[in-house]
Ligand binder design. Sequence first.
Ligand SMILES: O=C(O)c1ccc(O)c(O)c1
Ligand SMILES: [Mg+2]
Length: 604
Amino acid sequence: MRTSIATVSLSGSLTEKLTAASRAGFDGVEIFENDLLASPLTPEEIRARCADLGLTIDLYQPMRDVEALPEEDFARALRRARHKFELMGRLGADTVLVCSNVSPQALDDDALAAEQLGRLADLAQDHGIRVAYEALAWGRHINTYDHAWRVVEAAGHPSLGTCLDSFHILSRYGDPKDIEGIEDIPGDKIFFLQLADAPLLGMDLLQWSRHYRCFPGQGGFDLAGLLRHVLRAGYTGPLSLEVFNDVFRQSDAGRTAVDARRSLLVLQEQVGTAAPPAPTAPIGVAFAELVTPDAAPVSAVLGALGFARTARHRGKPVDLWQRGDARILVNTGPAERREGTRLAAVGLETPDPAASAHRAEALLAPVLPRRRSPEDAPLEAVAAPDGTELFFCATGHPRLPDWRADFGYVEGAGSAPDDDARWGVDHLSLTQPWHQFDEAVLFHRAVLGLRPQESVDVADPYGLLRSRAVTTDDGAVRIVLTVGAAPVDDTAHAQHIALATDDVVGAARAYRAAGGRLLPIPDNYYADLAARFEFADGELETYQELGILYDRDAQGTFRHCYTHTVGRVFFELVQREGAYRGYGAPNAPVRLAAQHAARGFTGG
Ligand SMILES: O=C(O)c1ccc(O)c(O)c1
Ligand SMILES: [Mg+2]
């Protein structure tokens, strides 16, 4: 199906918006009136620009407050319409959106609304234009899709149809049954379809619509359900995104447009009108890669955590550190020296790396140049929205090339690679730029086949931190996406690697004995723990001594503690028991406060 995007969904000048829409692969655009009014280009130039960019102008919008008016007000509306139809002729746009009247002058009179829309459609017809009538969710008298359709049906005019907008429909109708009526509208009378998702916020409809819309799959609406009804009704027009969103208004138009196109590809996959290569979800974390200008501080932490430097890359200054199934690469390559220590890449263990890469590419993930010297194993990699490099790879697979083939083993390494099977990566926490959070969640879901969990808000002493995990169902891969408060220091922007162990107390003691420093946790926290849970004799005291935090849910328990931070990176030691599903969110405010307090507490 053809895809389209409303210029209001993208930031910048009209020219920038059109370029971004075209580059992302959209077939057409809806031109929002304000974007045209503010453009120095003539309508003919806009038309030519769109043609050059391979875009059709699928809709011009909006025309407001037209129908069910006292006669002299309607006459003024017709006069306005005549001007706009002439403009549309110059633009080469043949469909105009008229949204339902919100003005206090509007009369509660469906027959009058139908009659006047019919007269508007007569005028439109003379200009070769079709009128698509849309019910705004806050329309004065007409505010539901079925009411708008009844009026259009009553008008019975060939140049008058309806525009369905998923926001206006789904913000008012919660029950799936309420929207089945869409299938009763003849497909050729649905002149246009606008798609937008939104988080389920329970707020004033107009404010919700104008500020919080997002792309399909980024909110809480069942857009696939709605689209199936629209397709069954026989709609064949474009799938068009109309997203009013405060964040997108100030984000880079190019990346927003790609995010938008990806959302439509995923939606189309859900309803079966597009078939990108099927997802191949990762089955584990093969490695996490830190880049650092100075290997010493990170190596000291890894050494104290019981990791051994087992291998070194044959062609690059990259060391492989390992404990059990936890593998960490430390990269001191020249390109990496400019920024401080950060978590730059993740190797995802994948049953079919080539298939994972094909899907990622089909879903518009930027494919990275293969890291490959002549003797290197080919590694498929794409960039996540935050720039993290994601490698699709295999470790010890009988038939697939092993990414470790590029590494030479270090003589006399402290411990053998597989000595400690109970260590692994529990989760990785990656901080996202604040304006890319929804994009990142959709990316990880769509491209990697991970399932988003609940979004959690965590109080940081200097702001609020939002966090959302994306995981495989079995927990073999857990990535926690976070977006931090405004930076008073680096705390809200730190990334971390959480290491799974089956004995966090032993691990914490050993780390300390080896010279590692654990994040100190205030005594008040332990007094509160004592009030909330019952512990065996001495248990709480042990946690307090080491700075171990504790949580419990209906399924299990979670014990965890933190190393100090090196650059932007710290480590967490995690003992997850039973089927505990979370990440110790109740403890996160205490941890964040402790990290702010310990800002001086860095270094090797
Ligand atoms: O918020 C509005 O005014 C508005 C205008 C045009 C639309 O298509 C729409 O869905 C909302
Ligand atoms: Mg709309």
